[in-house]
Design a protein around this ligand. Sequence first.
Ligand SMILES: *[C@@H]1O[C@H](CO)[C@@H](O)[C@H](O)[C@H]1NC(C)=O
Ligand SMILES: *[C@@H]1O[C@H](CO)[C@@H](O)[C@H](O)[C@H]1NC(C)=O
Ligand SMILES: *[C@@H]1O[C@H](CO)[C@@H](O)[C@H](O)[C@H]1NC(C)=O
Ligand SMILES: *[C@@H]1O[C@H](CO)[C@@H](O)[C@H](O)[C@H]1NC(C)=O
Ligand SMILES: *[C@@H]1O[C@H](CO)[C@@H](O)[C@H](O)[C@H]1NC(C)=O
Ligand SMILES: *[C@@H]1O[C@H](CO)[C@@H](O)[C@H](O)[C@H]1NC(C)=O
Ligand SMILES: *[C@@H]1O[C@H](CO)[C@@H](O)[C@H](O)[C@H]1NC(C)=O
Ligand SMILES: *[C@@H]1O[C@H](CO)[C@@H](O)[C@H](O)[C@H]1NC(C)=O
Ligand SMILES: *[C@@H]1O[C@H](CO)[C@@H](O)[C@H](O)[C@H]1NC(C)=O
Ligand SMILES: *[C@@H]1O[C@H](CO)[C@@H](O)[C@H](O)[C@H]1NC(C)=O
Length: 877
Amino acid sequence: MAITCKYTLHLSVIFSFFLVISSAVSESDILLTFKNSVEDPLNFLSDWTNTTGIHYCNWTGISCTRTFPFSVSSINLQNLNLSGEISSSVCKLSKLSNLNLADNLFNQPIPLHLSQCGSLESLNISNNLIWGTIPDQISQFGSLRLLDFSRNHIEGKIPESIGSLKQLQFLILGSNFLSGSVPLVLGNFTELLVLDLSENPFFDSEIPGDIVKLNKLEQLLLQGSGFYGEMPDFFVGLKSLMILDLSQNNLIGEIPKIELFLPNLVSFDVSRNKLSGSFPTGVCEAKGLTNFSLHSNFLNGSIPNESINKCLNLERVQVQDNGFSGNFPSWLWSLPKVKLIRAENNRFTGEIPDSLSGDAQLEQVQIDNNSFIGKIPQGLGKIRSLYRFSASLNGFYGELPPNFCDSPVMSIINLSQNYISGRIPELIKCRKLVSLSLADNSFVGEIPESLAKLPVLTYLDLSCNNLTGSIPEELQNLKLALFNVSFNQLSGRVPFSLISGLPASFLQGNPGLCGPGLTNPCSSDKPSSKTSHLTKVTCALVSTALFFALVIVAFGFYLVRRSYNRKSQLGSWRLVFFYPLRVTEHDLIMAMDEKTARGGGGVFGSVYVVNLPSGELVAVKKIVNFCSQSSKSLKTEIKSIAKIRHKNVIKILGLCYSDDSMFLIYEYLPNGSLGDLIDKPCFDFAWTVRLKIAIGIAQALAYLHKDYLPHLLHRNVKSTNILLDADLQPKLTDIAFDRIVGENAFQSTMASECASSCYLAPEYGYTKKASEEIDTYGFGVVLLELITGRKAEREEKESGESLDVVKWVRRKINITDGALKVLDPKISSSSQQEMLGVLEIALRCTAVIPEKRPSMSEVVKALETINSRASSSNPPF
Ligand SMILES: *[C@@H]1O[C@H](CO)[C@@H](O)[C@H](O)[C@H]1NC(C)=O
Ligand SMILES: *[C@@H]1O[C@H](CO)[C@@H](O)[C@H](O)[C@H]1NC(C)=O
Ligand SMILES: *[C@@H]1O[C@H](CO)[C@@H](O)[C@H](O)[C@H]1NC(C)=O
Ligand SMILES: *[C@@H]1O[C@H](CO)[C@@H](O)[C@H](O)[C@H]1NC(C)=O
Ligand SMILES: *[C@@H]1O[C@H](CO)[C@@H](O)[C@H](O)[C@H]1NC(C)=O
Ligand SMILES: *[C@@H]1O[C@H](CO)[C@@H](O)[C@H](O)[C@H]1NC(C)=O
Ligand SMILES: *[C@@H]1O[C@H](CO)[C@@H](O)[C@H](O)[C@H]1NC(C)=O
Ligand SMILES: *[C@@H]1O[C@H](CO)[C@@H](O)[C@H](O)[C@H]1NC(C)=O
Ligand SMILES: *[C@@H]1O[C@H](CO)[C@@H](O)[C@H](O)[C@H]1NC(C)=O
Ligand SMILES: *[C@@H]1O[C@H](CO)[C@@H](O)[C@H](O)[C@H]1NC(C)=O
């Protein structure tokens, strides 16, 4: 008995083992068959093979059921550049519920045969090259919960038979070429959570009324699909709606005046239609209501206060570019989570409540071109998250509250074409303000000098007011791309740098203004150039101080050398080599002589060219001002920088140091620095050479930022830190000196270096924090130098005032055909197209807002694209 029992047990074990093996074999074979019909040029599916012994459940993209016997439940192969054929062989996988082939290159009709996959619940073939129509047989996918055919080339009508997919929770057909009218079967999808028919420009359809029935629907995305007619009264049913996007269609009529019950609504977008009437007052239902009919009286008159409390989740309201009129609902302004209100280009009336609370989350308000009236509210300045407030072309009047720009992130203010009066308040707190337009109001008084202290202010339009007094000299310190003060009552001399490069029309209509190029030359010459004087004096002072510092250093060095010579003993000096170099401390110290000192060399120390006994030349830089670092950490830092191996980074050959002195030994490059070369009148590098320099330096920076470990920031990118070897191959030097001299010494040295200030990104004015974006900015300035052939900072001959290249370029390109005028005339016009391409990159690199600047690896890509196009179109013969 016992024996039989045992025996059967064994048998069953063996049997089930056999079963498992056979099922395993067949599932892996099924997958291999599937793989056979797929083209996989990048070999992502190389581990799909039965030879390596990896279980198929662990193959790329495969997931299996958790329990024994493991069986394939999911295939996820998105974004692998797959093409070929989607074979129905996968339907033999009896547990397969999810197939995701999104973001590939499958080029075929809708794979209808996949309807044989009995347990398939989710089919995602978004973003392929699927073409053809949706066949009637789509109804065979009866078990699908998720169907994503978006971003393909599917055309034709949506068949009515789709209405039998009653399990669907996600129906995503956006960004195709579907046409005709949408069949009245959407009401069948009672489980639907997301319906996306957006961006199908060939639909010729009204919004089907049966959408009303989808009371689980959370996202309704119908934007950009040519829907016309009136909006159905669908809000009655769409109780779960969170995101509604009907923008960019041809909808007409009013937003349905039903009491809405949309407590979950987060985003409401009906912008860019032809809607009219007043704003639907009931979007936010009153507290605690579960019954609409009770509240039909809301249709008439104002909304009770409680409704304010109800749209607790609404964040984005977009009704711009329609024909709405009537009172803009004032409770919208106080919704607890509202971030974005866009209502521009309508005919709304009403006021913004004065009592906006500091707790509000508002970030962006655009209500231009309406009929709002009243005062700019006091509460506006208290909203700490507001970064854009744009309310031009309305009827606002009264004075601006002094705090109107107090939000620490405020970036764009446009109040032009209103009736605002009084003086322009001092703007002190909005350190991130980029654009300020107060044109065409009734401002009086002077232009506040404090404007000059806003470090990133770039667009300033004060035209058509009643401003008096002179234009503050300090405004020259800004990198203004637009400065329009036309038609005021201003008088006095126009600061030089505001005249050069700006169209005269931006100054016209001020009979009292005078200056070169204006109808009214100033009577007494230069009565008031005290600021520029001041700058120059400061610069002169600093450079004198630097000179003395260098003399002292040199003298100190001389003393060191003397005492060292006297002792004739090398005990205190240590030498570390990062490259083989046949030299002793003695040779090195002896060879360094005041005579070999090279001018320039940068602020962190002077540079000597040393002829080694072997005949080799090296450059030796004496580092000043490194005392704040312990010598041990210093050596570690230098070693980590010296380990950089990149063809566009200068080699640090070694390090020679004593307790109080330090010398870095570099490879010697005969051609000197790009900065010194650009400075010469004969600078005439060919465009290909300039592009090569740009690409090399961009690659070096991208390498430091992303590939080198530890990631390094250069922190002082400028053309004098770009050296050129005998083949004009560029090499970046002075990398990460903050790590060598310490943060404090680094910052104070940078602060004293007048000449490099125009390489510093504007935000460095308010944050001294190092960032990749600041390197990118510096690189952008170097690019501009290469494109224009101008030094970053250049003295104007006539006036002796200096103009920085970013400012100069920005202003020029604001004028018609200006972009062509900034290109270096020494370069032949055959390179014009490429130069304009590079100019665009340079402008992005020098964007005022750091987030807008590209990463250095993006810059490399963009420059290389331009370069490859150039070399293919101009064969080198
Ligand atoms: C393993 O793959 C080879 C071809 O690569 C095939 O001939 C063989 O039948 C496969 N074996 C099994 C058990 O699937
Ligand atoms: C997949 O790999 C993991 C570890 O790499 C292993 O623990 C697991 O057993 C493998 N699964 C199967 C089904 O072989
Ligand atoms: C994938 O294919 C696209 C188009 O053929 C190509 O542009 C892209 O570079 C490929 N991706 C990779 C990683 O090769
Ligand atoms: C389909 O797959 C893509 C890529 O993985 C994904 O972004 C998209 O959200 C998926 N669609 C749905 C409806 O989940
Ligand atoms: C929609 O559902 C109804 C009732 O369940 C059914 O009779 C009808 O056939 C469905 N429509 C389509 C097009 O499948
Ligand atoms: C609204 O409430 C009233 C009374 O409570 C009830 O008679 C009516 O049927 C409700 N209406 C709806 C649409 O629920
Ligand atoms: C609106 O209210 C007025 C009086 O307050 C009333 O005469 C009118 O019938 C109401 N209209 C509607 C549509 O309820
Ligand atoms: C309702 O509005 C009135 C007038 O605006 C106001 O005095 C009152 O405090 C509000 N009530 C609530 C609960 O907000
Ligand atoms: C203002 O809005 C109207 C539509 O309300 C539009 O026709 C007009 O062009 C807009 N004006 C400007 C300056 O945008
Ligand atoms: C400007 O001020 C003058 C006198 O102060 C006044 O006569 C004139 O109307 C004002 N112009 C505007 C546009 O406010």
